[in-house]
Structure formats: structure tokens, C-alpha cells
Design a protein. Structure first.
Length: 256
């Protein structure tokens, strides 16, 4: 195959396509399908880099296939980066973005490898981390998969004590925790987090069974920010998480 397709980093969140001076349209079509298969199999946030620095023009239909990739990946998981010093190719991409304005924040054009690297670092630095503390493995796994699909980095703990220690080490953007757990329950963990300088302001959303709802006033008094009753809908969970993260960002913006 004349087109190189490879992972650009260890956690398989970036696919890198490198094109030679002359390239076969059929090879490109096949390589893109391989990329789709890889992104679907790993289930991580995926960014694609297209190195067009050695090509002089785009074949007919190239933009159609890139648009296909944009549609396959969820909104907050996709970022296409074109490495292309060719003015003709940049013009073609800019025309595509002018027609498809909703992709303007998703597609980036880099003039040099150094520019591409800085754009990638900016993309990765904006990713947010959520710590999931839940002793039931199946529930924890389902929540982690859901949050990965939503574009978050996720770390896990099976009890409150492990969750507290991981929070000190990783300093997540938000903590999602169950209440009844071994070694240290959710209430004890929240209290410990609020008494530690590094985690006293990290948002905490608690997961509670219907029978535990009357206990949530105690959780809020200890410092929990919100709670969700199990079982919950996907939109309810992601809505609560994004609401808390947006609130933190707004407070930080006002402080600057």
C-alpha cells in the first residue's frame, strides 16, 4: 500500500495518514476504511492527521471521504489536522470549510510539522479527566465506556480509599462516586477530599440509589456538588457532569 496508516501515539487516540507525491485513490479509500475500523475498535477519542506535504493536489472525492470520517466520530471526539504547505491544497480545504461551516472548529491546517505539534498539544491539553469511584465492576465499566465515548479521559477506583488516593495523584477535573463502598464510603471520601488542599475544590457528583436519596442532604453538607439517582439516563449523567465542569470554567474565567 502506498499510503502509510499508523497510530501516532501510544494510547491510540491519533491516526496518522502519510501520502506520497503520487498516490492511488483506491489505496486511500482502503486506508481510510482501515482507519474507521481501528477507531471503532478502540473506542477512544480519535484525532486524524493527514500529511499532505508531499502531494500537489487532492483527487476528486477526497473531501467526501474526510466528511465521512467527520460524521462517523462524535462531535467532541473528532479533530482532523491537515499538514499541508501546498497553497492549492490549503485553498481546497478552506473552500470545503467555507461551504461546511460547522466543521470550522474541527478541521485545522498546519503549515509545518512544528505547527502541527503545537496544535495537537493544544487539543490534548483541553481534554478533561473524570475519576469514577464505584465498587460494582459492571456499573463502573459501563460508566467509563460512556464517558470515553463522550471524549473524557477516565480513571477508575473500586472503593473510596483508592479513589481518594487517585484523586491526590491525578487531580481530576471531576469525581463521580458511589456511596456504599468498602474501606471508605462515598461520604467519607468527600469529607477527606474537602479537607485536602489539592482536592477541596474538585467537583463531586454522587451516584445514589432511590433508597439513599434521603441521605443526600448529608452528602451535600459534606461538600458534594450534585447527585444522580440510579438508574439514570445517559443524558442525565453527561448533563450533570458538563454542567459542573462549565460552572468551574466560568468561575475560573471570572477570576482571571
Amino acid at each position: 500500500m502506498s499510503i502509510q496508516v499508523k497510530w501516532a501515539n501510544a494510547d491510540q487516540s491519533i491516526i496518522y495518514y502519510q501520502f506520497p507525491k503520487s498516490w492511488n485513490w483506491h489505496d486511500f479509500e482502503e486506508s481510510l476504511e482501515v482507519g474507521f475500523g481501528m477507531t471503532e475498535s478502540v473506542g477512544h477519542s480519535v484525532n486524524a492527521i493527514f500529511d499532505l506535504s508531499k502531494t500537489k493536489h487532492l483527487p476528486d472525492g477526497a473531501m467526501l471521504y474526510w466528511r465521512k470520517m467527520l460524521r462517523v466520530l462524535p462531535d467532541n471526539q473528532r479533530q482532523l489536522l491537515f499538514l499541508s504547505p501546498s497553497r492549492s491544497i490549503q485553498t481546497a480545504i478552506e473552500l470545503f470549510l467555507n461551504i461546511n461551516k460547522r466543521y470550522a472548529d474541527i478541521v485545522k491546517i498546519a503549515d509545518t510539522p512544528q505547527h502541527a505539534q503545537s496544535l495537537l498539544e493544544a487539543i490534548e491539553s483541553n481534554r478533561q479527566t473524570i475519576l469514577v469511584v464505584e465498587d460494582e465492576e459492571l456499573i463502573r465499566s459501563d460508566i467509563m465506556e460512556l464517558l470515553n465515548l463522550e471524549g473524557f479521559d477516565v480513571i477508575e477506583a473500586a472503593d473510596g480509599l483508592s479513589g481518594f488516593m487517585l484523586a491526590q495523584r491525578h487531580k481530576p477535573n471531576l469525581i463521580l462516586t458511589d456511596i456504599a463502598m468498602p474501606h471508605m464510603d462515598g461520604f467519607q471520601m468527600v469529607e477527606a477530599l474537602r479537607n485536602h488542599n489539592d482536592t477541596q475544590h474538585v467537583p463531586v457528583v454522587m451516584l445514589t440509589a432511590k433508597t439513599e436519596r434521603n441521605m443526600m442532604r448529608h452528602g451535600m453538607e459534606l461538600g458534594a456538588d450534585d447527585y444522580i439517582t440510579k438508574p439514570f439516563a445517559t443524558q442525565e449523567l453527561t448533563g450533570a457532569i458538563r454542567s459542573r465542569l462549565d460552572r468551574v470554567q466560568a468561575i475560573q474565567s471570572q477570576a482571571v
